[in-house]
Every structure is written in C-alpha cells, then in structure tokens.
Design a protein around this ligand. Structure first.
Ligand code: FES
Length: 112
C-alpha cells in the first residue's frame, strides 16, 4: 500500500496555480480546483519542464514550454491519442485541510 505523506495545507494552494513539492526525492505538482487537489509527476513527459509552472485551463494543465496538455485528474495527454505521452498521476488526498500525496512504489518488474 502506498504511504501518504503530508505536504502542505489546502489553504496554502491557490486555486488554479500549480505548486511543486518533493516526495520521496521526486517532484510532484499540485493543482487545486475548488476544494479538490490533483497531483501529477512534475516532470513534463515531453522534455522534463515543471508542470507546476504551467497553466490550468478547463481541467487541463499545459506545460509552459511547448504547451502540451494533460488532464489534471489522470494525466492523460489531450493533444492526441498517444498514451506514451501521458503524465504520471500521483495519489493525493485532503483530510482535515491537510494535503497528502503518495508516490507509488515501483513494480518489481519495472527495473527501477
Ligand atoms: S517540455 Fe513540456 S511540452 Fe515540451
């Protein structure tokens, strides 16, 4: 089971604005929509730019470098049907105003 780590307070996240946190040595971007928080691997699948520094439009975060778009709730690349370009979604939850994320453990056959 993934272990959740508290990373910030919900009130510290400005709606629509990304924030990068580091969990288990990996960068994670957080976006808040209303009282919901979504998390993706912060490294853009295209060339590694920070998605937290991107911009949110209609539930899609767009990388500020080349503007690739990813659905914030599941990381799916929206500009074409190409699953290899998806961003990695990260489990996140909000409990009592505290935001916690869990980095999925690598699978035994992933080679990492
Ligand atoms: S680095 Fe993100 S779209 Fe190119």
């Amino acid at each position: 089971m993934d272990e959740f780590q508290r990373v910030c307070l919900l009130d510290e996240l400005r709606p629509g604005q990304g924030r990068m946190v580091v969990v288990g040595g990996s960068p994670v971007c957080l976006f808040r929509i209303g009282d919901d928080v979504f998390a993706l691997d912060d490294r853009c699948p295209h060339a590694g730019a920070s998605l937290a520094r991107g911009y949110l439009e209609d539930g899609v975060v767009r990388c500020r470098i080349h503007h690739w778009g990813f659905r914030i709730h599941d990381g799916v690349y929206v500009d074409e049907d190409n699953p290899r370009c998806n961003a990695r979604p990260i489990p996140v939850r909000v409990i009592d105003g505290q935001v916690a994320v869990a980095m999925p453990k690598p699978s035994p056959d992933s080679g990492t």
